[in-house]
Write a protein that binds this ligand. Sequence first.
Ligand code: ATP
Ligand code: MG
Length: 693
Amino acid sequence: MSNQRPKNSNYTRGGQITFHNITMFFQINAKLVRWMGYGILLLTALLCFSFIDQDTLKGTYYYWRYSMVGKIKPDTHEVFTLWQGVTYKSTLGQQRLNPVFIDANRQFWLSLQLYLLASLIIGLTVFSLAMRYFKKKGDEQTDDHFIRGIQIATPPELASILKKANKQSDFALDGHKIFKQHFECQHLLFDGTTGSGKSVALRKFLRWIKNRGDKAIIYDKGCTFVSKFYNPETDIILNAFDERCAYWDVWCDAKDATDFENMSAALIPMHGDGDPFWVQSARTIFTSTAYKMVNEPNRTTERLLELMLTSELESLSEYLKGTESASLVSDKIQKTAISIKSVLAAYIKSLRFLEGLDRKDDQGNLVRPRFSIREWVKNKDENGFLFLSSNAQQHASLRPLLSMWLSIASTSILEQEEDHDRRIWVVMDEAPSLHKLPELAETIAEVRKFGGCYVIGIQSFAQLKKIYGTNAALEMFDLLNTRFFFRSPSNEMAKISSQDLGEQEMDISKENYSYGAHAMRDGISLGHQTITRPAVTPSEIMQLDDLQCWLRSPGDFPITKLDLKFDKMRSICPPFIRREYTSSETMQSIEHMLTYCQISALNLLPPDDQNKLMSVHTEQFDDDTERNAEEERMKATIDKAKAAKKKMAEKNKKPSSDKQAEKKAKEKEQADSEAVTEQLFQEEQNINEPEIF
Ligand SMILES: Nc1ncnc2c1ncn2[C@@H]1O[C@H](COP(=O)(O)OP(=O)(O)OP(=O)(O)O)[C@@H](O)[C@H]1O
Ligand SMILES: [Mg+2]
């Protein structure tokens, strides 16, 4: 059975409809022209009788009367003429040549032509107005009518609606004040695929924030905002690889156990299908060890990492005696401890990049002053930007640190007193490129009272769902009231944007044609129907051009389509300045140990646990490129350690006297490093290398 309509009758169908339309067109126009003709004549007569004086009319009357009579009577025929109240007696011939009447007649025709022309012009105007009116009436019948739901307006229309409602914010996007007053407190979302214009829009917001003098914490993947906005006088950069990074360590922002617990939750996220016990335990070890070190005068990040990773399990349990972590690292549960350490190593290894930030000058003063995110957030005198930046090459390494810093900043906002006038912006462009931030949805929900304004940029809802899970992602999505939807090329994601832009109930018209052999059968019927449809269809979202987006404001305001202008901002500083430092031997050995703990030690575990831990390892990376880069780096670390071990073995075989002396001098210092290397390879003789390498 064919789904196609029979085509052979299309000629008849088209012809019938065309002729019917032509007939109706002429029908309307004939009526209109006829009525216009009557109107013009009537108007001309009216004008004549209104504006031509009585003598002219009467003179014209006598002129025509004597002309007619002259056709049947001789010129000698006697006539009586009443003119201006006096009756004159004369012959017909005299009156026919009367110059007063001839002149009146000429004057009358002149006026008549003039009034006819005026009536014609008026008639044509009325004609075109009537046509317009008919069209408008037709449009009203055939146009769709809005009943309720989401309305669409142009940016100037939206601006005037907001102004009339007296709810207009003073922020103008490309010259349009299209935001509701205090919109920032109800948080913002920028959703769109790569290159659609999210960062361009965000830059416009950041300029406004800077001009207002608000405090902002900006997660800047790619250091694009740093180059456009960083001012060393007022702003801070936290990027362990950047020369301009402030000196920060875990004790800058944590004093008691709860602070370390919060920190550990952000540093070691609960991702994927690994055993939650491992993550919880890794967090506990971090919390206990870092907290235990609070009172150590010479505490360093190196020492913290060393304690957590390179110490023998026994010595760590000895160190943590009396804390809840002691049982976790006890040698009785060695296999569990290996799993925990693997998870721990995967995330805390980013802390090693903090090495060297505490460098002192020749006078023993810190080159970089200590920086506490918490104090910065709470300090009323600070009104700059805090950049948490990373560039592409180091992003994967820095991700746990960045997530932790953002989490500290968020918690710090909540720790202040309620203040509805305060504004602290948290700008997270490409938010899903961070680890899952603990309780982000809850923070966003509560932070309004404390002046927190969250701006979240995502490439798709799917990204958010992947990191936070469906429920948390939906919860978070629901809290972002001002939303920008840029292009989503996939239908699934475009559907989500379309649904979020809302629906509208419309009264739509339907035109039906009927035709038959007899003209009686021809006709068009017009009907109306109420339907609910998306205000913007998924296809429209998919077709948006770069820098085009739909904006949805909170409340009963129309949505609007924006065509953002690309304003090329001048870079005011380099986006990234590499920090040069030489890693200490201890840190190098810590790096070996990290690799050992994270990957190599897994060979001691059953395959099931190995797979789960490997998934913890792989989940840290956004894509295969990031993962391969990290694996290459780890492989290089292992190779380096192997080479070091080989070299050491050769030295041990034929020790030269001076080298031996040197070795002895360094023996104490290298003890840890060697222990690590030994530990790293002692298993390798008995077991296969992990599959990943
Ligand atoms: N010099 C320029 N002149 C005009 N338009 C430009 C120029 N440079 C970039 N653009 C526009 O800006 C868009 C990039 O915008 P933007 O960097 O904000 O994307 P994005 O949505 O943040 O993407 P991503 O998610 O990858 O960061 C480009 O697609 C292009 O249309
Ligand atoms: Mg961007």
